[in-house]
Ligand binder design. Sequence first.
Ligand code: GRF
Length: 201
Amino acid sequence: KRIVIFASGRGSNADAIHEAVISGCINGEIVALVCDIPGASVMDKAKSWGVPVILAARREFPSKDAFEQYIIDQIEPFHADLICLAGFMRLLSSDFISHYTYRIINIHPALLPSFRGLHAQGQALAAGVKIAGCTVHFVVPDMDAGPIILQSAVPVLDDDTEETLSARILTKEHPAFVKAVSLFCDDKLRMDAGIVKRNDN
Ligand code: GRF
């Protein structure tokens, strides 16, 4: 499968996907990276892998529509089968998503449907939950509300800060994201009445 990664920052999840592609754990290739933040380190990573980088800085476009249309036009030649949102900190419109129905996957650092949106790990700490984690899900227009592909849990410790909890969750994000992408690329995910089921038995 042909994978386009969208990312905004450091790129550790993008890195995990790249490693899994290289080692053959993901049956696919990363054909392009889209980044919305000038200077984000994920772009240097993609360049070092030899992956084409598309920079689309939102402020350089007069509207969200124009920004998204630019991305659609730029990625069209890459014929993406799958878009991975790997720390892409921007909401995509329903119009954009409709171009790639059930072909956009996001990683979120909380056990959805709890703690949608920004600072999910801080929200979890503030709520006093004892188990936290991450969720990989298909993207729908409602933020962090799409069908769940898989989740991975970690304990919350009494002395956790947002930083320590985020770091513990991140160690689970990488294998969870890789597993979800690998299942997608092997055609082992299907939708069944709005729920993601696996075809692997
Ligand atoms: C991850 O925690 C991801 O879940 C969240 O943003 C962070 C991105 O980290 N949406 P990285 O850029 O993949 O290292």
